[in-house]
Design a protein around this ligand. Structure first.
Ligand code: FMN
Length: 188
């Protein structure tokens, strides 16, 4: 069988089987980026699901997330990756929530030992950017090598703009992701 390898900055080569792409996505924009990464790099794609999903209502979710951030509550996950040791490269995707890393991603980073691994963040947001999310990843994955992350504008749920990653926007996303992967020297 044909073995495909991807290259990282330090010249080591890794098997796509050692790549995990884990993501949180409410309206599927970050999911679309995760799928683009998988098409270009390979790897296993895993959606983060909660034991108790957030409300459908946007404002109620904003309020709940704000409370969780204030109290440091880590919402329990339904998703558990018990084979985390077999991965060397972990892409971590999420939307910006309240200009922060969404609480479920804090749960994920707290519950999995990523020391010695390469961690690569990616994000979509409503146009206000990543906030403190990438910084928080560096703090929570302090023994990992955290590479330069990817971000782009996705939906604006507040204004009723949900999924946007189709047509010209999807083409733009594909172009941007490919460019970023080249910059961080991750290629098939
Ligand atoms: C609870 C909540 C809070 C949000 N807070 C922000 C924010 O602070 N800044 C921002 O740019 N977008 C914010 N957004 C918008 C999302 O980041 C944006 O729509 C993103 O593309 C959604 O990704 P998804 O489709 O993968 O869920 C928020 C969305 C939700 C649901």
């Amino acid at each position: 069988s044909e073995k495909k390898n991807i290259t990282v900055k330090n010249d080591s080569t890794i098997n796509p089987e050692k790549v995990l792409i884990v993501y949180l996505s409410r309206t599927n924009n970050t999911k679309a980026i995760a799928e683009i990464i998988q098409r270009n790099v390979g790897g296993e794609l895993v959606a983060i699901e909660l034991e108790k999903p957030y409300p459908d209502n946007y404002q109620a979710t904003v309020q709940q997330v704000s409370n969780e951030n204030e109290t440091g509550f880590l919402p329990p996950l339904k998703t558990n990756i018990d084979s985390i040791q077999k991965y060397d490269v972990i892409f971590i995707g999420f939307p910006t929530w309240g200009m922060k890393l969404p609480p479920p991603m804090k749960t994920f980073l707290t519950q999995h030992d990523l020391s010695g691994k390469t961690v690569i963040p990616f994000n979509t947001n409503a146009g206000y950017g990543i906030g403190t999310s990438f910084e928080t990843i560096k703090q929570l994955a302090k023994d990992s090598k955290v590479l330069e992350g990817f971000e782009m504008k996705g939906g604006i749920e507040r204004d009723g703009v949900l999924f946007v990653m189709e047509g010209a926007k999807l083409t733009e996303a594909e172009k941007n992701v490919k460019q970023w992967l080249k910059e961080i020297r991750i290629s098939k």
